[in-house]
Design a protein around this ligand. Structure first.
Ligand code: PAF
Length: 283
């Protein structure tokens, strides 16, 4: 496995691979890799000729410096996992290589409009500008590729798809299903920060989503169920919503069809999110 920190070496590696007719699968990450990332590596390996993974804890997408400092970092383990998963090139760019002006704001950023301002974007101002701007850089440096993202960050996936469409990136965005532990908890790098009791409370997320997936009811009834299951579990709820899967526009109570339930909240001060499919039946 080739390990790079230099942006130009990464750009050359990608363009050399393409010149040999190889299709590139890009897996952008912030490290602290887990089975969710492994599923992205596997998907990338299955449908591309060469997998490039990036590890960069992007400070511009954290609006809370405490959250950035607490974000888990496990570089040796990440390297071993990427190697075991058949990643051809692991890129860990330095902060200076990605954002030479940091902590001053970059004059050029990608902003998403409404899609970036709701849900996670409303609670974490600037978060999606930071995500979109760094992902745009990853796409520009890597060049034409398939890029793999988890559906666990459902809004992030929608934001990236919108950016690719609006800015005509030559990138196929591939979403991969959420990977859960046996107890139902959606895998997240932040889970390691939970105590055993916190983890028990966090199971409220998957329980709430299971409840609404099992019974087709109106969007408002689904929202009420999500909130009450989360509150009963002791989660400090940030939001619950039932939305159209592509536009993320909240469903009206008289609508019927396949929708997505989005949930977010705090357990032991750690922000967690989850989502799942739901069938709503208009009232
Ligand atoms: O999902 C993540 O790990 C990050 O938001 C991403 C897409 C790598 C951008 O920093």
């Amino acid at each position: 496995m080739l390990e790079l920190t230099d942006v130009e070496a990464w750009r050359s590696f990608a363009s050399e691979q393409r010149s040999k007719g190889r299709r590139i699968g890009l897996v952008p990450t912030m490290g602290a890799l887990h089975e969710g990332h492994v599923s992205l590596f596997r998907a990338a390996k299955g449908t591309s000729d060469v997998v490039i993974a990036t590890i960069f804890v992007n400070p511009r997408q954290f609006h809370d410096t405490g959250d950035l400092e607490r974000y888990p970092r496990t570089p040796e383990r990440d390297r071993d996992l990427a190697l075991a998963c058949g990643v051809a090139c692991l890129v860990s760019p330095t902060l200076d290589a990605m954002w030479p002006d940091y902590p001053a704001p970059t004059p050029t950023t990608v902003t998403l409009g409404a899609l970036g301002e709701v849900f996670e974007g409303a609670d974490r101002p600037g978060h999606f500008d930071g995500v979109a701007s760094v992902v745009a850089k990853l796409f520009v440096i890597t060049g034409p590729c398939r890029a793999y993202f988890g559906e666990k960050d459902f809004q992030q996936l929608a934001v990236i798809r919108q950016m690719v469409r609006d800015l005509s990136f030559d990138v196929d965005v591939v979403g991969q299903p959420i990977v859960r532990d046996d107890d139902g908890l959606a895998l997240s790098s932040r889970n390691v920060l939970l105590s055993p009791e916190g983890r028990r409370q966090a199971l409220g997320f998957s329980r709430a989503l299971r409840h609404v997936a099992e019974a087709s009811r109106s969007a408002d009834a689904q929202r009420a169920t999500l909130r009450s299951v989360l509150e009963d579990a002791g989660v400090d709820v940030a939001y619950v919503e039932v939305v159209d899967s592509s536009t993320l526009v909240p469903s009206r109570d008289d609508e019927t069809g396949e929708r997505r339930a989005l949930v977010a909240g705090f357990v032991e001060g750690i922000r967690l999110i989850d989502n799942g499919p739901v069938e709503v039946v208009g009232r």
